[in-house]
Design a protein around this ligand. Structure first.
Ligand SMILES: O=C(O)c1cc(=O)[nH]c(=O)n1[C@@H]1O[C@H](COP(=O)(O)O)[C@@H](O)[C@H]1O
Length: 233
């Protein structure tokens, strides 16, 4: 069975979240990111969990190991199914995050962002002064995350095969940058359709605006889910 698509609740108020979620009569897997969490705090997680939905808390922690370890202990007590850090924070930071998260939430999934889906290879090389190709960089950070005790990484579906080849099929690929054929890319660079993400072997897809900005979000969610499960556009 395929994992449900994760829907990014990129709203700024709880009222908008409620208006969106009450349209659905099935439990969703949703993502709470910086926009919602930083403006509304931990109460949003409790409310969404009380409505029966699973939560990926996406705050991409990136700081010194002690700070991230302590912050992670707080986040782990929120009863979320998945959360993340930035792999570029390094292996000591990721190890502290994993120890802290797993101690408080043994069943939770901890993943690391490799290269954002809004980053192109050209940007990476010019702005990060990296001498690697984008794929080499993603594979490198995925291996570092695995060696630090994390369960998987965030990347574009374009790198899912490479990550599985390097880190094994059990190492999770959680992949945003999903667009239906007729959608615009917006600020994303490395995008694919849900069907293509299936073919490329992603374990989870993260979908935001394609569904949240649709005129009929429930119908659009069903379409994304069907494409993702069948692998056909
Ligand atoms: O960690 C993430 O979820 C994430 C990592 C990444 O590399 N790219 C990325 O788009 N995301 C998140 O995935 C969501 C994508 O939203 P849409 O572009 O609207 O589908 C946003 O909430 C982003 O914050």
């Amino acid at each position: 069975m395929m994992n449900r698509p994760i829907i990014a609740l990129d709203f700024s108020t709880m009222a908008e979240v409620e208006r969106f979620l009450t349209k659905f009569d099935e439990p969703l897997f949703v993502k709470v990111g910086m926009e919602l969490y930083l403006q509304n705090g931990p109460a949003v997680i409790r409310e969404i969990r009380a409505m029966g939905h699973d939560v990926f808390l996406d705050l991409k922690l990136h700081d010194i190991p002690n700070t991230v370890g302590k912050a992670m202990a707080g986040l782990a007590s929120l009863d979320v199914q998945m959360t993340n850090v930035h792999a570029q924070g390094g292996s000591s930071m990721m190890k502290r995050a994993a120890e802290s998260f797993k101690y408080h939430n043994p069943d939770g999934i901890l993943i690391a962002v490799t290269q954002l889906t809004s980053t192109s290879e050209e940007m990476m090389q010019q702005e990060q002064k990296s001498i690697l190709s984008l794929e080499e960089s993603v594979a490198h950070y995925a291996q570092l995350a695995k060696d630090s005790g994390l369960d998987g990484v965030v990347s574009s579906p374009l790198e899912s095969r490479l990550i599985h080849a390097h880190c094994g099929d059990d190492f999770l690929t959680v992949t945003p940058g999903i667009r239906l054929n007729e959608d615009s890319k917006d600020d994303q660079v490395r995008v694919v359709t849900p069907a293509r993400a299936h073919a490329l072997g992603s374990d989870y897809i993260v979908v935001g605006r394609s569904v949240t900005k649709a005129s009929n979000p429930v119908a659009q969610y069903s379409r994304v889910k069907e494409e993702w499960e069948s692998g056909e556009e």
